[in-house]
Design a protein around this ligand. Sequence first.
Ligand code: NDP
Length: 312
Amino acid sequence: MTKPGVLSVAKLWPRYMQALQEVFEVHDRTHQLDPAQFATIAPRIRAIAGGGESTVGSELLAQLPALEMISIFGVGYDGVDVAAARARGVPVTNTPDVLTEEVADLGIALMLSIARRVPQADRFVRDGKWPAGPFPLTRKVSGARLGIVGLGRIGQAIADRASAFGMSIAYTTRTRREDSPYAYYPSAEALAHEVDFLMVVTPGGADTRGLINAQVLAALGSRGYLINVARGSVVDEPALVHAVTSGVIAGAALDVFADEPNVPDALRNCDNVVLTPHIASGTWETRAAMADLAFANLQAHFAGKPLLTPVP
Ligand code: NDP
């Protein structure tokens, strides 16, 4: 029996790619790497396998007449034109829940890192500066005020962890969560006024583009810290650069950037930021769970079974 054709639209994790190749005829980024070849295989593509950063626009969809589903390895799917896919009757799946704890762990790690200046202190020791005097005092996290922008699966997991630090927790979402004990603010700006640490964990895409703007950063204030584990697009990056370099806010810890993997020099050269290369879900355990779920969605589809995790 011929294997169903799958187009991978990202450089997939090798373990996931291997599993796919056993069951599917995988064409790895052929649409970008070999357009002439793509024209011949496009009619056979029945599924797309992508990552959280992948772009699947209406133009690509239009070239795939036999497309039946799109499986995203990641919880964020802001690069996928879900409306265009849906209009074609093509469902989209993602990998929620299995990465929630991991991303929450990194959010907390970044908050501790910037407040206690852990990477800076590490550099201080490595650079041989300790004998000349002690490391400057830092900022206490336990008992401080945390504001969460986006109290979904990951936001809630961050709140659970922050509670164990005795932090007071508040949040903003578009729809107030009646099941939540935390203080609700109707906007990121109103929330930022009231907190020491502002943790951003919304989806990316048009709805949240630039949500954390100059006004929000001004409201966070010169003793406030921004932590972003959502998407680079959610923060107005030039406004953030200005805020961290001119004392509008105390500092920022960022896992995501506007133009990955490119990070503005102004951020890389800034001492009061902590930067990680989009690693929030990046452990062996969690990437394996994500690969299993992304693969299981494809298998379910081709077995005629219900999809495990279709996007809403
Ligand atoms: P959920 O869908 O469970 O939660 C999203 C939350 O964001 C909801 O509370 C939602 O509430 C809120 N939200 C959406 N739009 C807005 C808005 N305009 N203003 C304020 N709040 C908003 O998603 P997850 O918690 O599972 O994941 C969240 C995001 O984290 C992902 O979409 C992805 O972008 C990011 N992520 C980043 C990773 C990394 O590697 N750094 C890894 C995994 C995820 P409401 O709808 O009521 O507004």
